[in-house]
Design a protein around this ligand. Structure first.
Ligand SMILES: Cc1ncc(COP(=O)(O)O)c(C=O)c1O
Length: 352
């Protein structure tokens, strides 16, 4: 290997995203994508913008930041628009953690945090969840630079209480940033955004991939104090959102009528999915996201994942010890969920 490549990069493993089969025909419930189309207003705005791609986009993503600021009741200077929330997570690591610094993550959790820590050559402090996924007792965090927590939690789907988030914020040293990754918060009951005014070391990360049906457009948001954002802005690619993404994201954020209807449909299907899984004798976690983690008590989870895949239904299986007997299932349309439940029932019946 060419020695120009840092040893930290040579030693690390790549992040493995969910499967994206090229042949169609799958019921795809493995990447927490939204089964409904984006806002028609956003699609029209993007269509109209296409003829302007010969000209560079506005570099601060002003229209997206303004739309988000209005929606969340913060100043536009507190918002950064990014190329998928993945970019915000990367900017956080690049800005805060160097070789040998400590980044705290919760396990199981979103594994990309560990990948980004590895790129920096940072050390990971892993805080383990119990099977209830309540906030575990916290270790000494005094040397930590960044703390990442998805809330609602991924991959369990459970919601933390505001008290749990405040406890984490109070336990973090002033020298650390606490990153609450709200990728799924729109499917839940509350957001930590109002806590920003009391906790200057809080950073909220959001995405339009899930609740706004825009995973393929790659738009995320960071929200924090103006002071913190002005630092991160130096690290961001200066044309990180193309002009089509900018107009699409801004229009989607402003089309709250469509957004709310979309969220209600997902929540209704989520209730049906949880009920159906219980009827099959499985143990789903109560979810505040657009996916459900289900513990299979009487059937091997990996085998179920493989058999479902044979039957053209893709769900997510993780070999992580605490959840190796679980499947994570995206809330699709009612029809997709009916197919999933029928195939699971058929697989269970086959074994009897
Ligand atoms: C918890 C969490 N955070 C962040 C992301 C990244 O989302 P995106 O880069 O599409 O905005 C995901 C994607 O699945 C996620 O599950």
């Amino acid at each position: 290997m060419n020695r120009a490549i840092r040893s930290a990069v040579q030693a690390m493993s790549a992040y493995i995203p969910g499967e994206q089969p090229e042949d169609g025909g799958y019921v795809k419930l493995n990447q927490n994508e939204n089964p409904y189309p984006p806002s028609a207003k956003a699609l029209a705005a993007m269509q109209a913008e296409l003829c302007k791609v010969g000209v560079y986009p506005e570099s601060s993503n002003r229209i997206v930041r303004e739309a988000a600021a209005e929606l969340y009741g913060v100043a536009p200077e507190q918002v950064m628009a990014v190329n998928g929330s993945d970019e915000m997570l990367r900017i956080l690591c690049q800005s805060c953690a160097g070789e040998g610094d400590i980044i705290a993550v919760f396990t199981p959790g979103f594994t990309f945090y560990k990948t980004l820590a590895a790129v920096q050559g940072a050390n990971v402090l892993s805080i383990e969840f119990g099977k209830d996924f309540r906030l575990p007792p916290l270790p000494d965090l005094s040397d930590v630079k960044l703390i990442f927590l998805p809330s609602p939690h991924a991959p369990s789907g459970i919601a933390f209480t505001p008290e749990e988030i405040v406890k984490l914020l109070e336990s973090a040293p002033e020298t650390a940033l606490v990153v609450i990754d709200e990728a799924y918060a729109d499917f839940g009951e509350w957001t930590a955004i109002p806590l920003l005014k009391d906790y200057p070391n809080l950073v909220i990360v959001r995405t339009l991939s899930k609740s706004y049906s825009m995973a393929g457009l790659r738009v995320g948001l960071g929200i924090a104090s103006t002071e913190i954002m002005s630092q991160f802005d130096k690290v961001r690619d200066y044309y990180n959102l193309d002009r089509v993404a900018q107009v699409g994201a801004a229009a989607a954020l402003r089309d709250q009528e469509y957004f709310n209807a979309n969220i209600e449909k997902i929540k209704a299907t989520r209730t049906r999915l949880i009920k159906g899984l219980k009827e099959l004798g499985a143990c789903p976690y109560e979810s505040q996201t657009n996916f459900v983690l289900v513990r299979l008590t009487e059937y091997d989870a990996e085998k179920m994942y493989l058999k479902l895949k044979d039957r053209k239904v893709l769900v997510r299986y993780f070999s992580t010890p605490q959840i190796a007997d679980c499947l994570r299932i995206t809330v699709g349309t009612d029809k997709e969920i009916d197919t999933l439940l029928a195939e699971m029932a058929a697989i269970l019946k086959e074994e009897k």
